[in-house]
Write a protein that binds this ligand. Structure first.
Ligand code: MTE
Ligand code: MO
Length: 376
């Protein structure tokens, strides 16, 4: 059997008009996804040469929501884009060494682009569904491959720019009858799929959309109207978190205070409305009451501008410890929360006490606190 040639695919759906339009939308999605991803990666860096801002408190909620929505929307766009251009895969290699080399390089760059884009979307989607079927670190690999994808994308756009400009500048005439699906029809269907994907994901970050959010798997469950990322049982802290002897240790060098929950409740209580914004894209706002972290640091003489090492009762796992950078530690809204929406914190939300800070990725909002420490 003879392999097909690009000329065998006569449908205009495989032409450059559709590819340029869908490709442009895909480029915008990848761009937004890349920039918001860089931001999220930086926010999770323990040492930050430029301090991550603590305001607006909902900033990370918006950027990470956008990250997951643009990533999800890129899936139907990438599928349509690949389908429109796949006949080019069957192009015969040209004659002549020079042209052959150029073609080989171009093909190689496309291969890198497609492979890295698929990797980004698959790992990202799996992560936002809390499914980790691999053993490598999600954040490290997702971040590294993002640079490969963007590099290959920039090269691809540079090579295709003249074609893209011509195609986008030309009006898309409805082709004379006969076609089962017109180019405009395909584009309309694509935009519709994009809209559905966006709505289905955005619901986990936008309260009004929650009911239509079928892909927002994490929305709505959990006590106190807030989703739960890791439960107390899963973290193995049920016994230690409910032990009557629990106390929060606040240490500055060898100056140490230990405060029971009763004692913490006896200190000045502050109430802040702050969101939990998970890297997986879901987010929800809560009204938190507890003690200002800065008040606790003052009690052991911690100077302004100090990073705080935070430790959970949880005995293992990547979120057992976090660094609360100075900017967050000194912000008046950063609390050791004891209550949520006027009720004692649920065990799954970090009872007896959890950290909550403005504009901070959910992964760093440590639950089941054990110790806050600044080295002297
Ligand atoms: N000790 C500890 N704290 C943790 C986690 C964890 O696994 N262990 N998960 C974090 C993540 S990923 C998120 S999104 C938030 C979710 O808080 P919630 O479960 O109260 O909504 O808690 C954070 N705090
Ligand atoms: Mo999270």
């Amino acid at each position: 059997m003879k392999a097909p040639a690009p000329e065998d695919f006569t449908s205009p759906l495989h032409g450059p008009a559709v590819a340029a339009r869908v490709g442009s939308a895909l480029g915008v999605c990848f761009g937004v996804c890349f920039l918001t991803g860089l931001l999220s990666h930086y926010a999770q860096q323990p040492a930050q040469p430029v301090p991550f801002p603590t305001s607006p408190s909902w900033g990370y909620r918006v950027t990470q929501g956008l990250h997951v929505v643009t990533g999800t929307v890129a899936v139907p766009l990438l599928l349509v884009k690949l389908w429109t251009v796949y006949p080019r895969f069957f192009q015969r290699p040209p004659r002549g060494l020079r042209r052959l080399a150029v073609t080989a390089l171009e093909r190689l760059s496309i291969l890198v682009l497609v492979a890295s884009a698929v990797f980004m979307l698959v790992t990202g989607l799996a992560n936002s569904a809390q499914w980790y079927p691999w053993s490598f670190s999600f954040r490290t690999s997702h971040y590294a491959v993002a640079w490969v994808a963007v590099g290959a994308l920039v090269l691809h756009i540079a090579v295709k720019l003249p074609l893209i400009r011509t195609e986008l500048g030309r009006r898309l005439e409805e082709e004379p009858g006969g076609a089962v699906l017109s180019r405009r029809g395909l584009l309309r269907t694509t935009w519709l799929a994009v809209g559905v994907a966006a709505l289905a994901t955005a619901g986990s970050a936008v309260p009004l959309l929650r009911r239509v959010s079928v892909l927002g798997v994490r929305s709505g469950e959990g006590p106190q109207d807030l989703p739960v990322n890791k439960s107390a049982v899963a973290a193995g802290v049920t016994a230690t978190a409910t032990a009557p002897g629990w106390a929060l240790t606040v240490a500055h060098g060898d100056r140490t205070v230990r405060l029971t929950r009763e004692e913490l409740l006896g200190l000045e209580q502050r109430t802040e409305e702050l969101p939990i914004a998970c890297v997986e894209g879901w987010s929800a706002s809560g009204t938190w009451t507890g003690v200002r972290v800065r008040d606790l640091l003052d009690a052991v003489g911690v100077p302004q501008g100090s990073d705080v090492f935070v430790r959970s009762l949880q005995e293992s796992g990547p979120y057992r410890t976090t660094v609360l950078q100075a900017g967050f530690a000194d912000d008046d809204r950063t609390l050791v929360a004891l209550a949520l929406d006027g009720e004692p914190l649920a065990l799954d939300h970090g009872f007896p006490a959890r950290l909550i800070a403005p504009n901070r990725p959910g992964v760093l909002q440590t639950k089941w606190l054990d110790r806050l420490e600044v080295s002297a």
